[in-house]
Design a protein around this ligand. Structure first.
Ligand code: TMP
Length: 216
């Protein structure tokens, strides 16, 4: 696999599963090979998309409708994709993104109950069938992740959701991983940190070896 998307790796999972720590470990591993590595996140990644992130995450009294939330997420994603991700991939850099489209299927699809077909329309419109080369899904029981998220900082608009919402998100993620097990690799994030990192790096190493093999 040596197409444009093969250097695009995304990390997914519920609240408090430890994505940032693992993304840093992957970035260190890839940078050690001398390649350029761009670490980014969604919603966000550019100044405009980060402004939309703050709009999305700020708790507010007004009820934000699921469709407004979905379109704002895709507005941020459109900017992120065209202004940061694609240009970086085109110059040969690795792009590591903390969340991408799978999060929308899990949070807005499974979590909020929006039709998967509506999300798929936006995905096709923006990405033209392109997908990350590899997605790592960090999975752990919801209660554990929520406890970690609560210990971290004040809760954002999503983190204030009821536990049922996060259970649906988790089920949504796991179903996507099962349906596309070649791209989405599920990791037990409830293990001790070092064990999680060992699993993550083993998958990334094998993925790089596969890429190098298929390029020769
Ligand atoms: P973070 O806390 O992992 O940075 O993510 C911010 C929040 O945004 C998180 O609660 C999940 C949510 N989110 C969605 O609901 N849909 C999406 O498509 C993305 C990218 C994030």
């Amino acid at each position: 696999m040596t197409d444009l998307m093969s250097r695009f790796i995304t990390l997914e999972g519920g609240e408090g599963v430890g994505k940032s720590t693992q993304i840093a470990a992957i970035a260190d591993f890839l940078r050690a090979t001398g390649d350029e590595v761009v670490v980014t996140r969604e919603p966000g990644g550019t100044a405009y998309a980060e402004a939309l992130r703050s709009l999305l995450l700020t708790p507010r009294e007004e009820i934000v409708t699921p469709s407004a939330e979905l379109l704002t997420l895709f507005a941020a994603r459109a900017q992120h994709w065209h202004a940061l991700i694609l240009p970086a991939l085109k110059r040969g850099a690795w792009v590591l993104s903390d969340r991408f489209v799978d999060a929308t299927y899990a949070y807005q699809g499974a979590g909020r109950g929006l039709p998967v077909a509506d999300i798929a329309v936006l995905e096709r419109w923006l990405l033209q069938g392109r997908q990350p080369g590899l997605t790592l899904l960090l999975d752990m029981p919801v209660a554990e992740g929520m406890a970690r998220a609560r210990a971290r900082a004040a809760l954002d608009r999503f983190e204030q959701e009821h536990v049922d919402f996060f259970e649906r998100v988790r089920v949504g993620y796991l179903a996507r991983a099962e349906a596309d097990s070649q791209r989405i690799r599920c990791i037990n994030a409830a293990q001790p940190l070092l064990a999680v990192q060992t699993d993550v790096l083993a998958i990334v190493r094998a993925y790089c070896a596969e890429m190098t093999g298929s390029a020769t």
